[in-house]
Design a protein around this ligand. Structure first.
Ligand SMILES: Cc1ncc(COP(=O)(O)O)c(C=O)c1O
Length: 397
């Protein structure tokens, strides 16, 4: 896989991070590479392998590096548009872990199947299966199908057991589609705060997928794949007998919500913004708002002031190994009060920052933050070393 590399503004390369035009999305290269290595090392030599979820960053340069880090069988996507980007970037094995419904989308799916060696999609509806199968047969292509099983999330998916078997039998009768296995994502459990409790519940609910696999196999239909898992459950889901792939998404970038769930990964993603106003003592206003920071899990947190003024950086103490939040405390971040409006970030109880200074923020949700930017500035030891396009950002279809 080589990446696409559409034109990006590379003028910041070689400059200090605080000189970026703001707001700018940034990635700490060393922390990012550490995250990739940590996850790849966990899966090395295990029966289950990674199928990272592209929805986290939507950036083919990141996907290339994930694949190079190893222990990966292919990529997961949420959107057909993401799969199109990955295929164009040279990814040869793609799972769309979502339903592709309607004539326009099925036409795009078939077109994508023509140029992607292995393309799979999740299904949970007999009419949708028929529509995909007939379109694929007409075009002379084969699309792999995973029957999605609802193991407790209450999103898409048929119930485990006989309803899933019925769809597997239907798929087995068609040309143009191939029954490859089960999609079973335990999204209702990824944010369970206590890790032991999370693990217990994941084993309990994933068992529904494994029992469904056994039922289908007993019917004489091979189940090659059981795909599920996440950044906060990989170590449990990825060691359950019968689970073949783990769809972890957030681990390359992380964010301040997810680091509480999986503190072994570092927050590599940040937004560099600038102080544009100091209207009164203790109040600082930055140039990024709701349109520049995913905020589903709260406003961003302040990582620190950037710049050459020694003595003000870092604002934060060094982060001790694994310190984050297992006990509910969060010493990584200062206690300033941060509020976002459309284009502004107001910070109460701010230190004596000056207008023009650059401040690094950590978003609460990396996936929706990456979706807002067209490029990501990669930095190392305070300098911009590369700029990567986020080709699938904004792709809603
Ligand atoms: C289908 C699916 N698989 C896996 C994931 C896990 O992603 P993450 O590791 O970011 O929690 C998600 C998250 O939304 C998902 O929707």
């Amino acid at each position: 896989m080589a990446g696409i590399n559409p034109a990006v503004d590379r003028s910041a390369v070689g400059k200090p991070i605080e000189d970026l035009d703001t707001p700018a999305l940034c990635l700490d290269l060393d922390l990012f590479e550490g995250n990739l290595k940590r996850m790849a090392d966990f899966f090395r030599g295990r029966p289950a392998q990674l199928r990272p979820h592209f929805k986290n960053n939507k950036c083919s340069q990141i996907a290339c590096r994930q694949l190079a880090a190893g222990s990966i069988v292919g990529m997961t996507c949420a959107k057909l548009g993401e799969a199109e980007v990955l295929s164009a970037a040279g990814c040869t094995d793609i799972l769309i872990a979502n339903q592709i419904v309607g004539p326009a989308k099925i036409a795009r799916l078939i077109d994508l199947a023509r140029r992607t060696p292995t393309l799979r999609v999740a299904v949970d509806d007999p009419a949708n299966i028929t529509a995909i199968a007939e379109a694929a047969a007409r075009a002379g292509v084969t699309v792999g199908l995973l029957v999605e099983v609802d193991i407790g999330m209450n999103r898409c998916g048929v119930q485990p057991g006989k309803p899933a078997l019925a769809l597997a039998r239907q798929i087995a009768k068609f040309k143009g589609v191939r029954f490859d296995g089960l999609q079973a994502y335990e999204g209702h459990l990824v944010a369970v705060a206590d890790r032991d409790e999370r693990g217990r519940k994941v084993r309990q609910d994933m068992a529904k997928a494994i029992e469904t696999k056994q039922l289908i196999e007993a019917d004489g239909i091979a189940v090659a794949i059981v795909s599920g898992g996440s950044t906060s459950t990989y170590d449990v889901a990825g060691t359950i007998d019968g689970v073949t792939e783990v769809q972890a998404g957030t681990y390359p970038t992380m964010d301040h919500m997810y680091v509480k769930l999986a503190p072994e990964f570092d927050i590599a993603l940040s937004i560099v913004s600038r102080v544009i106003s100091r209207p009164k003592a203790g109040l600082a206003v930055l140039d990024v708002g709701l349109k520049g920071a995913g905020h589903e899990f709260g406003p961003p947190k302040v990582k620190g002031l950037l710049g050459r003024e020694k003595g003000v950086r870092p604002v934060l103490p060094e982060r001790p190994e694994g310190c984050c939040a297992q006990n509910g405390s969060d010493p990584f971040f200062t206690q300033m009060s941060v509020h976002l409006s459309e284009e502004h970030c107001t910070i109460q109880r701010s230190p004596e920052w000056k207008v023009g200074q650059a401040v690094e923020l950590v978003p609460s949700h990396s996936c929706t933050t990456c979706n807002l930017y067209r490029q990501i500035h990669v930095h190392q030891r305070g300098s911009i070393v590369d700029v990567w396009p986020i080709e699938a950002s904004g792709r809603l279809t």
